[in-house]
Design a protein around this ligand. Structure first.
Ligand SMILES: Cc1cc2nc3c(=O)[nH]c(=O)nc-3n(C[C@H](O)[C@H](O)[C@H](O)COP(=O)(O)OP(=O)(O)OC[C@H]3O[C@@H](n4cnc5c(N)ncnc54)[C@H](O)[C@@H]3O)c2cc1C
Length: 512
């Protein structure tokens, strides 16, 4: 049987694209190598009572008229999938020795808080924040779908933004001469990119920072409700999501993709699947290598030549008989650094595997919604996240599993030392559950090459005009994932919806 859209992978952008197409009457089939949907956005339960989302913590663009809301409305899901807003007065709490800054939604309040901390640098702080807002407006103008008349009308804003095409966040900090501590406080959400200021694209930082300012959200019924609702939409419209189907090859005639070859992992047999159009949600570079790079145009080959984003360490924990709200936790994330220079902190952890002065994120999903908890009544979930080097962990795992486990334990222990010192004395006595994930865990459960966290690396090199998009140069074959759009919950909604819009002609995304 030949379906309209055969999708390889069930990550968020695939589910959004598939649900929109199924809703529009197309026959959709998804092949997923794991036995659960959602990719990085999947949810799992351990010890039969502690439920965690693999990677998602907080998301943006969920307010009325924004991308996620538009997609949900079109699917008639906006009443069932709702979101809780993080505290607008401080959705990210930045903490470092000697300094604390809560990042608010209101730009003026942020400016005031920063100027109170750094009165000598008031002028440069104001100039920097003004420039961030100007670049934000320019990026909105320049993002697809492009509207040439709007760009021409506001050419000044577009040109002012384009001058930062090759800039890192550090370049712009330096340009405005911000003091180091202010830089650190503003860039302390670096785990959202897994890059330090001297490598991170200024565009990527501006988009994320200002989007969370417009509204940081958590789904009322946790992330699994979103994934399940998208899968249900596909199935209710006659589509299907087949699990344990690992695509091992693409069927190509000349320069036309006609289907894929998949192995049923539960019953190792190979089967061919055919479609009018094949959508690739798995890593584009890996898929292109399966197909043969020589089949792609030179321009697409160049775009496929991206490096991967670094990988991460995560600790999923539950605390018992302790209310995290009594210790400074709430409807916000906490980002902490021991090492005040984030470029150095990153180098120590990522290049030298030295976690003695770590910088990390703390999230507390059970404090973000009143809905059914992810754990027993007397427990709360707390998660810790930082960067980790794939090659280092892969070598440890291959050569000495004990050392591999020991390294994960060492990182968690150091983080717990710091949390006990600064936030929750005797935390360890309340730890009811803990499990840690490394870059190789990412690779195993999310199928991402080198355990990469955000697809292609979020450096200026990969964020500019040479960035890969849906276009593959092969016939009936499109890319649709974080590396061929943008990483993150809202950006992958946008990626799936934009491809839907392009292939169906049904205009869903409009510029806000
Ligand atoms: C540590 C971490 C924290 C994050 N935190 C946030 C956050 O707080 N907020 C936010 O907005 N975003 C966050 N993200 C980013 C976000 O989770 C991802 O960008 C997004 O989920 C990626 O979706 P995707 O559509 O690219 O697909 P992916 O999630 O990459 O899914 C691809 C799917 O394809 C399947 N697949 C791969 N190969 C094959 C094959 N050969 N055959 C069949 N199936 C295959 C995989 O199993 C997987 O299910 C985080 C990511 C990480 C790693």
């Amino acid at each position: 049987m030949k379906v309209d859209y055969l999708i390889v992978g069930s990550g968020l952008s695939a589910l959004v694209f598939g649900a929109l197409m199924a809703n529009a009457g197309k026959r959709v089939q998804i092949l997923e190598s794991h036995d659960y949907p959602g990719g990085f956005g999947h949810t799992f339960t351990l010890a039969k009572k502690y439920t965690f989302n693999a990677q998602l913590h907080y998301v943006w663009d969920c307010g009325e008229g924004h991308t996620v809301n538009r997609v949900l409305k079109r699917l008639n899901l906006d009443k069932t999938i709702t979101f809780e807003r993080y505290d607008p007065d401080g959705f990210d709490h930045m903490r470092m020795p000697g300094y604390a800054l809560d990042i608010p939604s209101d730009v003026e309040t942020l400016s005031r808080r920063l100027r109170q901390l750094f009165p000598q640098d008031s002028t440069s702080i104001c100039q920097f924040l003004d420039e961030v807002n100007r670049v934000r407006a320019g990026l909105k103008l320049l993002s697809p779908p492009l509207q040439p008349t709007a760009i021409l009308r506001d050419w000044g804003a577009a040109a002012g933004t384009l001058r930062y095409l090759n800039s890192t966040l550090q370049d712009v900090f330096d340009q405005f001469n911000l003091p180091l501590a202010a830089q650190t406080l503003l860039a302390l959400q670096w785990p959202d990119f897994l890059l330090p200021p001297n490598q991170l694209s200024f565009y990527a930082w501006v988009i994320l920072f200002t989007s969370y300012q417009e509204g940081a959200f958590y789904p009322t019924q946790h992330f699994e409700s979103v994934v399940n609702a998208l899968v249900k939409t596909i199935e209710d419209h006659g589509g299907e999501v087949l699990f344990n189907q690992e695509v091992v090859n693409f069927l190509v005639t000349g320069r036309t993709v006609t289907g894929v070859q998949a192995v049923d992992l539960m019953n190792p047999t190979t089967q061919d699947f055919y479609a009018h159009t094949v959508i690739c949600n798995m890593d584009p570079k890996k898929a292109a290598k399966m197909i043969g790079l020589d089949k792609f145009s030179r321009a697409v080959r160049k775009k496929l030549d991206y490096d991967y984003s670094p990988s991460n360490f995560v600790a999923y924990c539950a605390v018992k008989d302790l209310d995290l709200r009594d210790y400074g936790f709430g409807r916000w994330n906490i980002f902490h650094t021991e090492q005040p220079n984030l470029n150095r902190a990153f180098r120590q952890m990522y290049d030298e595997n030295d976690f003695s002065q770590p910088s990390f994120a703390i999230t507390t999903p059970t404090l973000l919604t009143q809905a059914h908890r992810d754990c027993p009544e007397d427990c709360q979930i707390i998660e810790f996240l930082t960067v980790a080097n794939y090659n280092y962990f892969q070598t440890l795992l291959k050569t000495d599993r004990k050392l591999y486990n020991h390294k994960k334990e060492e990182i968690l222990e150091r983080i717990l030392d710091i949390v006990e010192e600064h936030y929750i004395p005797h935390l360890r006595e309340h730890l009811a559950f803990k499990v840690t994930g490394s870059p190789t865990t990412n690779e195993r459960f999310c199928h991402c090459p080198q355990g990469n966290s955000y697809g292609s690396n979020l450096t200026p090199q990969n964020m500019g005009i040479g960035r890969l998009n849906h276009h593959s140069s092969l016939k009936n074959f499109y890319f649709c994932n974080a590396s061929a759009g943008y990483p993150g919950f809202a950006p992958t909604f946008w990626t799936g919806a934009l491809l839907y819009q392009r292939l169906s002609g049904d205009v869903l995304l409009a510029k806000s």
